[in-house]
Write a protein that binds this ligand. Sequence first.
Ligand SMILES: NC(=O)c1ccc[n+]([C@@H]2O[C@H](COP(=O)([O-])OP(=O)(O)OC[C@H]3O[C@@H](n4cnc5c(N)ncnc54)[C@H](O)[C@@H]3O)[C@@H](O)[C@H]2O)c1
Length: 309
Amino acid sequence: MVIPQSRRFIDYHDLLAIKELDAISVCTPNLLHSQITVDAFRAGKHVLCEKPMAMTGAEAQKMNDAAAKARKKLQIGLMNRFRSDANYIKKLVAEGTLGNIYYARCHAIRRRGVPSWGVFGQLDKQGGGGVIDIGVHMMDLTWWLMGCPQPVAISGATYRTIGNTPGHAGCFGAWDWKTYTVEDFAVGLVRFKNGATMSIECGFCVNLDKPDESVHIVGDKGGAGLSPLSVQLEASGHLLDCTPNDIGTMDLFLAGKKASNYDTEVASFCRAVLDNKPVHVPGTEVIWVQKMINGLYASAKAGKEVAIK
Ligand SMILES: NC(=O)c1ccc[n+]([C@@H]2O[C@H](COP(=O)([O-])OP(=O)(O)OC[C@H]3O[C@@H](n4cnc5c(N)ncnc54)[C@H](O)[C@@H]3O)[C@@H](O)[C@H]2O)c1
């Protein structure tokens, strides 16, 4: 159904009351992701919810429960899973080219990259800083490329020394340092049930040399990284550094068309709704990323490794 004209609402419940509306996109501050999603399912809508899924694992569980009860689709806006380079690595892993995957690392690092708009520096509205906002992308992508192993424990540390003090340059302009209550930088190590581990470095502000949004997957036969896309293999007595050619843009869901990851994300969600097929980034999977994020924060607070259940 096409809504004939664009309309604005003061209260999202008025939007949810439109009977002809099949699906909604939740793109508010993180604080509202869970409640709006649950209300949307109660109103019989499908939901594409922006990342992070929620602020806590308990909120994420409510979203999944409401989706199951309403028998509607919940996709999370982690558009990196639609990247063509990432899908090439996914294929290498699935076909066994890299062997048994036992380690991975993910980086989401900005030297001075606190968003200067919105409420990204406010803990009560976002649930955290660089880990929950940008780390979530690379953590999800890395974990998905590893084959979504079951996380069992995480150890982490967080730091805040820059974002809450005045006089810093920012790549998005000046941010409000007075209301900044989130972490600048975090490190972590996740342990998985299958013995694999994933290391994490992410943050809005850290004195490292350059921005870095990268992933590396390590197996006993080879490795692969993003970004840039690289593959490390061994053949005929030599180590090979490979650069896959002509990967192009992802068109899994928009056959033949050049499309951004956001285009393919939305197209795949609509396709899943129209064809009643599973979504590509389901809330039932992403809840584990949410639990890793909250586990990292809990471990940092406790000063020791914590279990992920
Ligand atoms: N996938 C991505 O790459 C990506 C990129 C940017 C933002 N995001 C996510 O999108 C969300 C929003 O980020 P943003 O940069 O657009 O922030 P923003 O502050 O620019 O926008 C937030 C919007 O939420 C609206 N809002 C606030 N309270 C509301 C309420 N009670 N009911 C209805 N609407 C309400 C505001 O009016 C505003 O339009 C965040 O969760 C962020 O993580 C994802």
